[in-house]
Design a protein around this ligand. Structure first.
Ligand SMILES: C[S@@+](CC[C@H](N)C(=O)[O-])C[C@H]1O[C@@H](n2cnc3c(N)ncnc32)[C@H](O)[C@@H]1O
Length: 387
């Protein structure tokens, strides 16, 4: 296993730079990376078909599409699948006109609900953690539900664009803060007017889609990276970032968006059951933990189960890759219960044991974490594995 410094990749390991990029920036996903990581991997191995088994909001898939490369994406969250699909679909002029006609029709009239404070919509919005009413000023809450109900009447691709626009504005229209691993209500936060930011968002999306090259839309589906419904030896590259070992439960962090997408509280529990065990709250069973994890895996069971899940996901990557194919796994080393976990090295060692060769760890960035009594440097890196 080789450790290689690649500081030029460091700034692309977060979603920050994607925010302003056309289409990539439509839905803020803190856990995402920037398309330049995918560019790097594509240049390195020149794939004809790419898989992202933890596709998130579709950075890999959209970058592949932009380069006319075929790709497949899988995610355990219906929200991620919906966002990835909608961002990487093809739209014609009629779809874009449909989306604009919708905002002209619905956002110019003043809904009775907004002025009276009474809800005139029949939809019931359930969220498992707290009532969504608590997350928004009353006017925004009513406007969001009125728009959501109007979107129900739409069909096909314009409907998806509109729904994505609405989901993407929830953080700004709410008084919620996504703080570490939890959602907090912050009464001092200024929520922006929902109808207006929705309108602006749809316009931005239509503008960014105009004249975009069509074709090479990925196939994106709901699934589990540990057991993929994908043919063996069918892709040339896996370019991905799994959930980090950080105790964060994304089905909660994005729970409001997920519940507005499906209008159901039960969905979050299903996502949680499918997800890789990167957070506490799932049943722990460390009995068949990978040997590379060592003592910390039994002392802190979540570490053992995380790497067990990652071993299963890596075995699937090995199965679906063609001979000569490469996997690029973007990870961050973690500090958990004051224990520094070298996620990249452990994944590299597991990779070698299950048959990958020429394992490299490309170190992009280092952060200083406070692990009392001392400070440690944690890395963000790309683990490269060759089949
Ligand atoms: C770090 S994010 C990926 C972000 C992505 N690289 C991007 O730029 O948008 C990890 C994703 O893995 C998904 N996930 C968690 N467990 C999974 C599983 N067992 N199978 C597939 N996806 C899973 C989460 O829903 C999340 O979207």
């Amino acid at each position: 296993m080789k450790l290689i410094e690649k500081p030029e990749l460091g700034r692309y390991m977060t979603f920050e730079l994607s925010k302003e990029k056309p289409v990539h920036g439509w839905f803020w996903y803190k856990e995402g990376y920037a398309p330049e990581i995918v560019d790097y991997a594509i240049q390195d191995c020149k794939p004809a078909a790419i898989l992202d088994p933890f596709c998130g909001v579709g950075t890999t898939l959209l970058t592949a599409k932009e380069k006319a490369i075929e790709s497949v994406g899988v995610d355990a969250s219906p929200l991620a699948v919906f966002v990835s699909r909608t961002k990487s679909d093809d739209y014609d002029a009629a779809d874009l006109e449909g989306a604009l006609a919708f905002i002209n029709k619905t956002t110019k009239t003043k809904p009775e609900s907004a002025s009276s404070g009474r809800s005139v919509v029949s939809l019931d919005w359930e969220f498992e953690l707290f009532s969504p009413r608590a997350a928004f000023p009353k006017r925004n809450y009513n406007e969001i539900l009125a728009i959501r109900e109007a979107i129900e009447q739409e069909e096909g691709r314009p409907r998806d664009l509109l729904l994505l626009a609405l989901l993407s504005i929830l953080p700004q229209a709410s008084i919620i803060m996504k703080d570490g691993g939890v959602l907090k209500i912050d009464r001092n936060k200024r929520a922006l007017p929902a109808k207006e930011i929705f309108r602006r968002k749809v316009k931005r999306m239509v503008r960014e889609l105009e004249g975009r090259p069509q074709g090479h839309s990925p196939s994106v589906f709901l699934g589990d990276a540990r057991s993929l419904d994908i043919e063996s030896e069918s892709v040339d590259a896996v370019i991905t970032s799994p959930p980090y070992l950080n105790n964060i439960d994304y089905s909660k962090i994005y729970g409001l968006e997920l519940s507005l997408l499906h209008m159901s509280a039960a969905e979050a529990e299903e996502v949680r059951m499918r997800a890789v065990r990167s957070f506490i709250g799932r049943r722990m069973d460390v009995s068949d933990m990978p040997p590379e994890v060592g003592e910390i895996g039994t002392r802190i069971p979540i570490i053992g189960t995380y790497f067990k899940d990652m071993e299963l996901a890596m075995a699937e990557m090995a199965r679906v890759l063609k001979d000569g194919g490469s996997a690029y796994i973007v990870v961050s080393n973690s500090v958990i219960h004051e224990t520094h976990v070298m996620v990249d090295e452990i994944l590299g060692q597991i990779g070698e044991r299950i048959g990958f060769r020429d394992v490299e760890i490309l170190v992009g960035a280092e952060r200083v974490a406070d692990v009392r009594p001392q400070k440690v440097r944690t890395r963000e890196s790309v683990v490269v594995l060759r089949k």
